[in-house]
Ligand binder design. Structure first.
Ligand SMILES: Nc1ncnc2c1ncn2[C@@H]1O[C@H](COP(=O)(O)OP(=O)(O)OP(=O)(O)O)[C@@H](O)[C@H]1O
Ligand SMILES: [Mg+2]
Length: 268
């Protein structure tokens, strides 16, 4: 299957016919779509639709049974996670994956690791060039922390921060990898109304100020409709719709997948 949507020029991410089978279960079945550069693209669908599986394929954690995923023309499907990251794909997880006992700054510095030449973590800062490199990365980490509103939390152990702020730290750590594509898996899950609005603002800023494309998995439809330029809908591993937020919202397949009824039955 070729994506029905071909943006002008080359897509940043080009997903074609991706199938993932686990023993006895097809988690993704011939999924294809394209993400245009500088856009927020949402992937939505009911529980178990295959959204996180797709992120795992994209970031090199799972291997696709078949199909192709290209970032700017480079095939990602056979690459291990660190190679995918090196090409500019960073992610956050559905459940927070940070070192709770370490301060924010250390968590963010770990996000810089792939960018270091001297390997400042392993060299233990004994060498002057490692120290200089560490200082350079610390400057950038401080800048990114300021951007996401964590400037005054750098020294705080992550575990002591409120949940909504921890999710911000995760996003900041992903930004510390200087990605071209940011994968956000349910960035506002478990957040209160105010925290959700703050996160939505931050996602807009990531795209507009940093020019990073965002691939967003999210159950909060208000967020999706507000933030996404384009939406791909999965159900039982299949792509059932792809279009603008307005288009997919009134697509009968989507309505049926979410409500378990056809749109006609709904009026009854
Ligand atoms: N490692 C695995 N081994 C076997 N089955 C798996 C594995 N990972 C996911 N699955 C199955 O694949 C299907 C898709 O799961 P996935 O986690 O991708 O759904 P999801 O769309 O992210 O759902 P949710 O909205 O609940 O997070 C589910 O049936 C799930 O049980
Ligand atoms: Mg999931």
């Amino acid at each position: 299957m070729t994506p029905s949507y071909q943006p002008d020029g080359m897509p940043l991410l080009d997903v074609r016919d991706v199938t993932v089978r686990f023993a006895g279960l097809t988690a993704l079945d011939g999924v294809g779509f394209a993400v245009a550069p500088g856009t927020v693209h949402a992937v939505i669908g009911p529980n178990g639709a295959g959204k996180s599986t797709f992120f795992n394929v994209l970031s090199g954690v799972y291997k696709a049974t078949s199909g192709s995923v290209r970032l700017d023309g480079a095939e990602l499907t056979a690459l291990p996670p660190h190679r995918v990251a090196a090409l500019g794909v960073a992610r956050t997880f559905q459940n927070i994956a940070l070192s709770r006992h370490l301060p924010v700054v250390d968590n963010l510095m770990l996000g810089r690791h792939r960018l270091t030449r001297a390997g400042f973590v392993s060299s233990g800062l004994r060498l002057p060039h490692a120290r200089r490199e560490w200082a350079r990365h610390l400057d950038r980490v401080t800048e990114i922390a300021g951007f996401v509103g964590l400037g005054d939390r750098l020294g705080t152990p992550v575990g002591l921060l409120p949940y909504g702020v921890q999710k911000r730290v995760e996003l900041a750590r992903a930004l510390c990898m200087e990605p071209r594509l940011l994968l956000l898996d349910e960035p506002v899950a478990g957040m209160n109304g105010g925290e959700r609005l703050d996160m939505a603002e931050l996602i807009v800023a990531v795209r507009e100020s940093l020019g990073i494309s965002v691939l967003l998995v999210e159950h909060d439809m208000g967020m999706v409709m507000r933030l996404a330029d384009r939406v791909t809908v999965l159900d039982f591993g299949r792509r059932i719709a792809d279009g603008t937020p307005e288009e997919v919202q009134r697509d009968p397949h989507v309505v049926r997948a979410y409500l378990g009824t056809s749109p006609d039955q709904e009026d009854m």
